[in-house]
Design a protein around this ligand. Sequence first.
Ligand code: ATP
Ligand code: MG
Length: 449
Amino acid sequence: MNLPPAVSSLIARLNGAGFSAYAVGGCVRDALLAKAPHDWDLCTSARPEQMLEVFRGEHVVETGLKHGTLTVVLDHVPYEITTFRTDGVYTDHRHPDSVTFVSDVAGDLARRDFTVNAMAYAPREGLVDLFGGREDLQKKIIRCVGVPAERFEEDALRILRALRFASVYDFTVDPETDKALRLLAPTLKKVAAERIRVELLKLLCGAGAGRILRTYPDVLAVVIPEIAPMVGYDQQNHHHHFDLWEHTVQAVENIPPESDLRLTMLLHDMGKPSVRSMDEKGEAHYYNHQSASAEIADRVTDDLRCDREMKDRVIRLVRYHDITLRTQSGDVNLSRPFLLRMLNRFGERDLRALIEIHCADRTATGYSSPEREQARMAERMAALDALLAEQPCFTLKDLAVNGNDLKPLGFRGPALGNALQQLLQAVMDGKVPNEKEVLLDFVTKFIKI
Ligand code: ATP
Ligand code: MG
């Protein structure tokens, strides 16, 4: 295994002072999978104060000395180094009440969650794999270290972590681990929302996300209760081939693996059961399900403690997920004024997202071919590209006049804002070019104070 030079040198310095030290956990797993680890964590027999001694003179951050962790920064890259430890009793299913430092790596590996995460490597000692992690990597299996039920009872977050790793690496869950995580799923309620969010979003963005969502809706319903009634929910509508959960899962699979987009697809139709109405032909309709889903998105993003930006974006994308770029008569409308209006309303990033969302959603109905929907999306994106290449004006910021230009003409307060809006609209509709002199002339002629 190739360690980065900085990691080798940290290990060598600890060895030089008489301590053992290893790269451990996720980085070893990723290196064995031939994936570039995003960070390198180390563990060592040195106690925190001994590490401080060894790395005197280096840029050291005392990350969590009580838990045995400090960070050494080499060439602006942080490396976390933690004293070998076992975890004490977990009374709250969240974090150990205490940690105990131990002298060998075996004890440290035994406290880790899954076999694939419980390997250590050092140039001198080679790979330390006490629980069959390498074999499980080859077999693509997520398996608890030790007795699964005990491990999930200690820290219920591991339930979601198991599904997250199974999704990200496209692994299956070992039967014993599977059984225990289903049994203990209700204890996920006790886990801090921030920790749940991190794992859930990674799960949603994983290569196996669709399979995990299909296989474990009951577990995920502990976190988002609205999932439960979606499973097997007959949509009774001829535009929909699949039940509501299967449709949702496919919609998630069809969108690029970015957290905002994947969460949007998970939530986009969640409000449907609450707004169903039946017509005389026995067909179900879901008027205003967009708003009902947006309300659920509002609560779910709160529950998950998403930051403001993510929350607002997801709610907006859920609310407008059905935007179709059509005229009232149903024709696709890619006219310049219409696209500019949409750009003004949503901004480029969200408008592009809404086009992708529409494609993912339509494809997931089972009544439209992926090729046809892809072609439609490409046509819409191409129209946007062509329009944006002209750097058109679609916000007040782009307008060739601003408030200060209108004040000398007598505009003040709301009238000023109103005049600017009317100008912007006229420019977007192509009634007047975006040129200062022409706009000022237009104001004096057509806009009342
Ligand atoms: P990622 O690549 O997403 O960072 P990772 O495996 O490094 O994955 P981290 O959350 O960074 O995951 O944790 C680092 C290591 O610490 C894990 O590989 C695992 O050995 C151990 N670990 C993390 N969380 C837990 C937990 N809740 N219970 C037991 N061990 C854990
Ligand atoms: Mg990590």
